[in-house]
Design a protein around this ligand. Structure first.
Ligand code: PMT
Length: 396
């Protein structure tokens, strides 16, 4: 969440300017205060009224317009910003900033700000690849300006290549990382496992469970935002890969075991939010099993318990497990903390509605080695992830 954070957004004249409306809307939903400055050309593509309605603030276009309240607008906006974001930055605006030109409201305010500046370029591929534009971008990077790099794709002009405005998700993601005040995980490496595993029966069928990966991805994302190096071992999910995180995709419990063990030495903290399958078919059938009989007997064998094995090699690493229980939540989870040699376990009752598997929210009990219990009420998995990371930090 970006509660109370002050974002000043600059919008330039390009066809991608309309996508900036989504960025403003998403920032507002996360609790940020947003002020918008548009260039005159931007106002030809999309009206200031759109941004005024979305931001709830007067939108400035003209450097010399009559002030709404008495203040020198380019200076007051420059000072109030916690972050300055330019969405759909044109070659022209990048060139102006890189060369110290301040001749309109947006370029003047950027020049006057001491806040971090994040630039999301959008332009035709040939323009983007032009060495002069690239040179200006490099120059700005050297001065500490940050970029959400444009994506590859089909542009409005029909050309295909780099220059398409980055996905709104990626822009919001970069803003969240920059505005995250807590950087208490800097210097630490956190390994997170997420999602289910699948255990193949034949080329068509497999055994799995309902894990979506949302809980593990939320922990990985928050740890990254707090400055950690993150290794995410992910079972098959439909979630968007996390940026600036080392992601290792796996299918089976066996793959997850290998990936976890290969990375274990490099990390300080392991959080096992994944739901690996406990059993796999004793024999994999290389051909599709025919449905000739009314009954089919499938023999299963136990998978390696990855977390238990980590517990045996724990040393001074912090080890956190999850417990998915349908009954005797506290008792079963307490047993697992000791059996798997964990620092604490996060226990969720997977029978309750709207929490646990698949949902965006969770409600859990955090249980220590000494049996201490913290009841955490229902909240978003992202908020819960921060609480789990706070708890880990208190042990370090
Ligand atoms: O993915 P979501 O849809 O967001 O749902 C979140 C979740 C419910 C999957 C998650 O919060 C959760 O509870 N994960 C643990 C699920 C699980 O496997 O629980 P368990 O009680 O069977 O296992 C206990 C611990 O041992 C877990 O940390 C698990 O990762 C680990 N384990 C289990 C089996 C195995 N073969 N190897 C393991 O390491």
């Amino acid at each position: 969440m970006l509660n109370g954070k002050k974002v000043v957004m600059g919008i330039c004249g390009g066809i991608a300017a309309y996508k900036a409306a989504d960025v403003v809307s998403r920032l507002k939903k996360q609790g940020a205060e947003v002020d918008v400055i548009m260039t005159r050309s931007a106002a030809n593509f999309i009206t200031p009224l759109t941004f005024q309605s979305l931001s709830g603030n007067h939108v400035v276009v003209d450097m010399f317009e009559k002030p709404v309240s008495w203040e020198i607008k380019h200076i007051s906006l420059a000072k109030k910003a916690d972050i300055f974001v330019i969405v759909s930055a044109t070659a022209d605006m990048i060139g102006k900033i890189a060369n110290g030109i301040a001749d309109d409201m947006l370029s003047t305010t950027v020049m006057a700000t001491k806040a971090p500046v994040l630039i999301a370029p959008a332009m035709n591929t040939n323009m983007y690849e032009n060495p002069i534009v690239q040179n200006n971008i490099d120059k700005l990077k050297k001065y500490g300006y940050l970029f959400t790099e444009p994506a590859y794709g089909r542009l409005a002009c029909g050309d295909v290549g780099y220059g398409k405005l980055a996905a709104v998700d990626d822009i919001i993601d970069d803003i969240s990382v920059i505005l995250n005040d807590k950087k208490d995980y800097k210097g630490l490496t956190v390994m997170v496992t997420a999602g289910p595993t699948i255990e193949a029966i034949d080329p068509v069928r497999y055994i799995t469970n309902h894990s979506s990966g949302k809980m593990g991805y939320a922990i990985a994302k928050c740890a990254r935002n707090r400055g950690a190096e993150v290794i995410l071992i992910s079972g098959p999910t439909s979630l968007k890969p996390l940026r600036n995180v080392k992601v290792v995709n796996v299918l089976s419990n066996h793959d997850m075991y290998d990936a976890v063990m290969n990375n274990f030495d490099d990390c300080d903290i392991v959080v096992k939010a994944a739901a690996p399958a406990d059993y796999r078919p004793l024999k994999y059938s290389s051909q599709k099993i025919k449905k000739d009989d009314d009954n089919l007997v499938l023999y299963l064998e136990k998978n390696i318990d990855i977390l238990k094995e980590l517990g045996e090699r724990k040393g001074d690493k912090i080890l956190v497990g999850f417990a998915a229980e349908s009954q005797d939540l506290i008792k079963n989870a307490k047993d697992k903390v000791l059996k798997k040699n964990l620092d604490f376990i996060v226990a969720n009752n997977i029978m309750s509605k709207d929490t646990g598997f698949k949902s965006d929210d969770n409600a859990v009990c955090i249980i220590d080695r000494d049996g201490g219990i913290d009841n955490i009420p229902r909240m978003s998995k992202i908020e819960l992830a921060d609480i789990i990371l706070d708890k880990i930090k208190s042990l370090k």
